[in-house]
Design a protein around this ligand. Structure first.
Ligand code: ADP
Length: 294
């Protein structure tokens, strides 16, 4: 079981030929509405890849919130820990994807989302093989990481772009810190990624510090290694890189829950991220195993 804690938003995705500089008006080739958000996407990835997924997050008690809950459940994710707050507004994103798959995103963080995580069913942590948190609900991440460590349940963090103080607070609490490029440059400003990863390992009892670099793969460092190693990306023709990182994180957490070794888990996660970038959708286990088998 993987418990994913953090962000869920409604993604409104527009495919366009070109993003014109403003002032401009562009006609979309297509439009779709879907579940977005770092940990929600990761939870869906866990379920698609054959794992049991639980999602803990917060939305408004509004139509968008209801739709997200149903959409998560339709994906096989247990959304019982989704807090639907009266008077709050559900976050949403406008995602604009151009013809080479590059995206521009406008995010609305929602309003009046409750910060107090004490209503979460924390007892369920003991069932989990891994807990994955993002920094978008920092109070919940801090609590889940602390509890998980107390009871010996492995954890992983999607160390995405966030405030420096939050990254510094949360990274030492997890076992596996997997940074986005911008997340790492905020955590360790002004130093090369290799040094940033070393600093992350010094910050707490981490088993892994890594940074995902798109088609350049993943740079990772574990205690006892002299220098970071690179896990190359699987070469694919990317059509839409949106969510590649989220799927990578979900797959990594599942691999940890399945007790895969570190290199194996990173390879598993890279394959999942590559398939998401290639197909624009989260892969199932069969597609992933096929890529892994080469
Ligand atoms: P984010 O979505 O957070 O920006 P990345 O773009 O770094 O994250 O993607 C996460 C991982 O997914 C990468 O480390 C890589 O393994 C895989 N991935 C992403 N984009 C590609 C791509 N174009 N080709 C192959 N693998 C990719």
């Amino acid at each position: 079981l993987v418990i994913c804690v953090g962000q869920v938003v409604t993604d409104h995705t527009f495919r366009v030929d070109e993003v014109e500089p403003p002032p401009s008006k562009t006609t979309a080739r297509s439009y779709a509405m879907s579940v977005g958000g770092l940990s929600a996407n990761a939870a869906i990835a866990v379920a698609r890849l054959g794992g049991r997924a639980v999602f803990w997050g917060r939305v408004g008690r509004d139509e968008a919130g209801e739709e997200l809950k149903h959409a998560l459940e339709a994906e096989g994710v247990d959304a019982g820990g989704l807090i639907m707050a009266e008077g709050a507004r559900t976050p949403l994103s406008a995602v604009i994807v151009d013809k080479v798959g590059e995206r521009s995103i406008v995010t609305y963080r929602g309003e009046r989302l409750p910060s107090d995580p004490s209503g979460l069913p924390l007892d369920r942590l003991s069932e989990a093989g891994c807990v994955l948190c993002d920094p978008r609900w920092p109070e919940a991440a801090a609590l889940a990481f602390a509890r998980a460590r107390e009871i010996g349940v492995p954890s992983a963090m999607d160390a995405e772009k966030s405030e420096e103080r939050l990254l510094r607070q949360l990274v030492p609490l997890t076992d596996h810190a997997i940074f986005a490029k911008t997340g790492l440059s905020i955590f360790a400003p002004g130093v090369p990624p290799e040094e940033g990863l070393a600093r992350a390992l010094q910050a707490g009892p981490l088993k892994l510090a890594a940074v995902t670099l798109g088609e350049k793969g993943t740079l990772w460092l574990a205690p006892g290694m002299e220098a970071p190693a690179r896990r190359p990306a699987f070469p694919v023709d990317a059509t839409n890189t949106t969510g590649a990182g989220d799927v990578f994180h979900g797959a990594f957490a599942l691999a940890i829950a399945e007790k895969q070794g570190m290199e194996e888990a990173l390879r598993f996660a890279s394959a999942a991220g590559a398939l998401r970038a290639r197909d624009g959708k989260t892969p199932d286990r069969a597609a992933l195993e096929e890529l892994l088998a080469g």
